[in-house]
Design a protein around this ligand. Sequence first.
Ligand code: ADP
Length: 604
Amino acid sequence: MTSPRLKLLPWLVLLASLGVTWLAWDHERDTAQEQLRRQFDFALRDMAGRIEQRVMTYEQMLRGVQGMFSIVGISERDMLASYVDALQPDANFSGIQAIGIVESVAADRLDEHLGAMRRLGFVDYEIQPDGRREAYAPIVQREPNIGVNRSRLGFDTWSDPVRREAMEKARDSGMPVISGKVQLSVDSGAGAPPGFIMYMPVFGKGLPRQNVAQRRASLAGWVFVSFRVKDVMASLYGELPQGLAFTIYDGVTLADRDVLYKSPEDAGAATVFASNEYLVVGGHTWTLAAKMRQAFEGGPGRDTATVVAVAGIGLSLLLSSLVWLMATGRERALQLAQTMTRDLRAAKEAAEDAQRSLAAQAHNLAQSNADLEQFAYVASHDLRTPLRNIVSYAQLLERRYKGHLGADANDFIDFIVENSKKMTLLISDLLEYSRVSRQAAPLEPVSVARALHLAMGNLRPDLEGCGAEIRIGALPEVLAVETYLVSLFQNLIGNAVKYRSRERPLQIAIAAERTGSDLWRFSLADNGIGIEPAYHDKIFEIFQRLDPSGDAEGTGIGLTLCRRIVHRFGGTIWLESEMGRGSTFFFTLRAVSTPRASFSSTTT
Ligand code: ADP
């Protein structure tokens, strides 16, 4: 895939995953809405059912009162009081303001009616509103006779068209009928709560009531139950579900003046659902208009939709980041590799430059070293012949003319001979030194014991002269050049002789020990004068002598030669010493792969 397409991929993935998130979120929101709708419908039906049920209970109760008065007659006031008293504890009848009797009084019976009421003890009983009318229907009893129910009797319900309509319907049908919206006669003032009244006709004892005409003729009055709507609703509901609000209208036109009841509602929140339910209660129609407010929406469904949205967006971002990382990973790896290659190349070039300049320096150094060694060799080699001539002629001079040229001349001749010999020694040492450096003879297995034996043979007069005692341990074969190994031992043992203590006979111990690696470590210990620690390194340098003016003859080249030989054999040389007690020289040499140790012990 080309690079621009790779760059587009994370965005495509983000777009697709956000799309899927949106679908899931939308579906979840729809489901939640649907669930809410079902809850709302259920709540509405439940409320309508409760109201209808309650009104039917009131009807049943009123039928009971009607039945009772059909038997005992409407004038038996005490019966109603006892009846209501018996009903009081029943929760199904809560919400009732009063149960009472309305008597039907024709105009010609008005005086008789007033007289009868006053005889019952209601001395200031009057019909209100007053005025002459064809018929009256005054309230003559209210139970329970407590609180506001004790207010004046005598209100002519026939004078109120709303009540009258219901009473006429009840009378003509013989059935319970509910009035429209009224203000109860016990409530006064403009702010009185809305109420309604259920009427049930009571007919004269034993009179016919089969048809409308008979029912009108037989009518004695009505029993009624009056309600304040808010009390009825309060008895039906403790608390409404959150966010649910409803209004009950009298009739089907939803006008403000027809409002029977309005539940408290969350005015600020927007309406999510609204629905109307029509109720036919006691031959009368009410409209139950319910609304569900936004507050009700905060249910579990909404939470799930939010979680889906948040999680979906988060996962989409994560997914597209992963794709981005994968898509650009190769490119970044390539860039990194290129940078690293560049750096490496630069480092390699720098290292090569350094190596080249080092090699050039090493070459120059080797060249000047070779020149120097060549010079030393040529000088010492070429000096030998004239020196040999000087020594020869000085000796000739000594033989022929010693004693003939005076005392001073004798001393001069001695001086020339002695220094010429010293110079011969120096030149032969120098020659030996430069020979070791110049000749690159290949290393081969050499018996150390044999080399030591040869060295001791060369030194025999000196060793016998001082009566040295030499102890030799087991000695192996090593990789070396025999002549140089002989020279190494000869120098070290020669030094032990030269720098022996005058206070005790010379003792020398030579031993070898295999170290962890492929090296043998040799030690050559004497009991001579010893060397101060400060000079342990210095004495290996050329021409370095600790006591040039002492008895011992020397050139200061011996130990330098030893070091060069050991280095050429791939080893190292060092020493340990204690002033006045002796010195031990150590050196390492490379072992032959299958070491064959030989042993010899010599005492001289
Ligand atoms: P040279 O013996 O010719 O003077 P070397 O290089 O062999 O030169 O030794 C350098 C110096 O180290 C000597 O002058 C001497 O002072 C000291 N030296 C070498 N070997 C011993 C030894 N075994 N005991 C004490 N001093 C020593």
